[in-house]
Design a binder for this molecule. Structure first.
Ligand code: DAH
Length: 349
């Protein structure tokens, strides 16, 4: 028959073998309840002491205590080992390789229109023009009347206007239809000193949106006022601008035109940069590209600006950067500019 000492020896080897075979924390908890826990094998062995002859009990008690200490120590070692292994595994799984190439974030860039405007600003800056901003929400008076549009002059119909709803007694307010009212702001600010300003910005027209017209687009206005400024100065300025913008050898041509705020008024053309004036599809075989309007500032406008037209003269013009970009890059639809389609915008990084 197996003695209680044999049983304890078996229990010891069984418990240690089971512990060695335990590979996770749940298994450990299970092992504890089977061997060293309150209802485990050791507790049961302790209870069976009663059936052992009294002279053997002290020895058996020591043996049991030693076994309990041994098993509890083995448990702690196994538990620490498993916890360490779990932590190692977690760290290994989470490891970041800082030498891996990163994901480069997509970088934006300036919109094509802004690029053209910056180029224009730089060219005019070379000739001493300072960049000026003026409001997009404007008085009708500034947009039209001060620029020499009489109240019912048909020239007002050249531009379909977005008016702002105002109380009846308030002055008429609109979204500016051109950058020309900026001329008035600049003159009011500087008269009677000579001035040279470049006014880039958005303009608005209540127009059917098509490949050639948008409700919002940009213009840049240039204005020079001083003593003895003549049409030759305008022409020289335009020639310089055209060569800088379109390359050396670009020629300009002025055709008579009409604007209420200039007299005389002209349209400027440049030699087609695609065919160098020989004639092609872009210039419709004329050899010339139409860029925009300009002229000598009308005496009434000078007067409204605070300058004596007997003493001062000036030139002004207003061109469209989108048109300049369309011609330069062969863009055939103005709607591309502001439709928000990045496939278009990204081509001009
Ligand atoms: N404001 C005109 C337009 O929007 C363009 C223009 C023409 C501006 C002649 C000028 C100018 O300053 O002198 O069509």
């Amino acid at each position: 028959m197996m003695t209680i000492t044999d049983e304890l020896t078996n229990l010891e080897s069984q418990a240690l073998a089971d512990l060695a075979a335990t590979s996770d924390l749940a298994g450990l908890a299970d092992w504890k309840s089977r061997y060293t826990g309150k209802a485990g094998a050791l507790t049961r062995a302790l209870r069976s002491m009663g059936s052992v002859p009294a002279e053997q009990r002290p020895e058996l008690g020591r043996r049991l205590n030693a076994l309990r200490e041994q098993l509890e120590a083995a448990f702690e070692t196994a538990e620490a080992g498993l916890k360490q292994a779990a932590q190692d595994a977690e760290l290994a799984a989470d490891r970041i390789d800082v030498t891996m190439p990163g994901h480069a974030p997509a970088l934006g860039h300036l919109h094509l229109t802004t690029q053209v405007l910056r180029q224009v600003e730089a060219i005019f800056a070379e000739m001493g023009f300072q960049v000026w901003e003026s409001p997009e929400v404007e008085l009708d008076d500034m947009n039209f009347s001060q620029l020499n549009f009489p109240p019912d002059h048909p020239a007002r119909d050249m531009q379909d206007t977005f008016y702002v709803e105002m109380p009846p007694e308030a002055p008429a307010v609109l979204l500016r239809t051109h950058t020309s009212p900026g001329q008035m702001h600049a003159m009011h600010r500087y008269a009677p000193e000579p001035l040279r300003v470049l006014l880039p910005g958005k303009v608005y027209r209540n127009e059917q949106v098509t490949a050639r017209s948008e409700m919002m687009f940009h213009q840049f206005e240039f204005l020079a006022v001083g003593h003895n400024i003549t049409m030759a100065d305008l022409k020289g300025t335009l020639a310089f601008f055209a060569e800088r913008m379109y390359g050396p050898g670009t020629k300009i041509r002025l055709r008579p035109s009409y604007f209420p705020f200039t007299e005389p008024s002209v349209e400027m053309d440049v030699t087609c940069f695609l065919c160098a004036g020989k004639g092609c599809r872009i210039c419709k075989h004329s050899g010339w590209l139409e860029i925009g309007g300009c002229g000598m500032v009308h005496p009434n406008v000078l007067r409204n600006g605070g300058y004596d037209p007997e003493v001062f003269s000036g030139f002004a013009g207003g061109f469209g950067p989108e048109r300049i970009a369309m011609l330069k890059y062969g863009i055939d639809d103005l709607r591309n500019f502001y439709s928000g389609d990045v496939r278009f915008v990204e081509q001009f990084g």
